[in-house]
Design a protein around this ligand. Structure first.
Ligand SMILES: [Zn+2]
Length: 119
């Protein structure tokens, strides 16, 4: 039974990938990856709850972004996984160092924010 639901889940993910063509795929892990691949958002759960999101900066600078998910530590982000297995991160990500990218990651796709308010 769970094998069938696994197949159904994979099929739904496949439909989501074909339909939405996400720039980032979702990968859930129990520990930090030794190598962060392009186009993958890692959701890390070292304990019972997810605690960190890791992915490469979408601007192409090749830096790895670490986002905290623990509610008692600031700054803190949240994420959603859609029916199609597409990941969204809330609120937006604004890098204060180096490339200073500012973007939303919604349904696996990057939406850049205007640079108007950047300084
Ligand atoms: Zn960057």
């Amino acid at each position: 039974m769970s094998q069938i639901s696994n197949y159904v889940r994979k099929l739904i993910y496949l439909v989501g990938e074909l339909w939405f063509s996400p720039q980032y795929a979702l990968q859930e892990e129990k520990e930090f990856p030794t190598q962060v691949k392009n186009g993958v958002v890692y959701i890390i759960s070292e304990g019972p709850e997810p605690d960190t999101i890791i992915f490469k900066c979408p601007c192409g600078c090749d830096e790895v972004i670490y986002l905290n998910l623990l509610k008692d530590t600031w700054p803190c982000w949240d994420f959603k996984i859609s029916w199609f297995g597409l990941v969204s991160i809330l609120p937006s990500v604004r890098r204060k160092v180096r490339c200073k990218s500012h973007f939303y990651l919604t349904s696996g796709r990057v939406k850049n924010c205007s640079n108007f308010f950047d300084y």
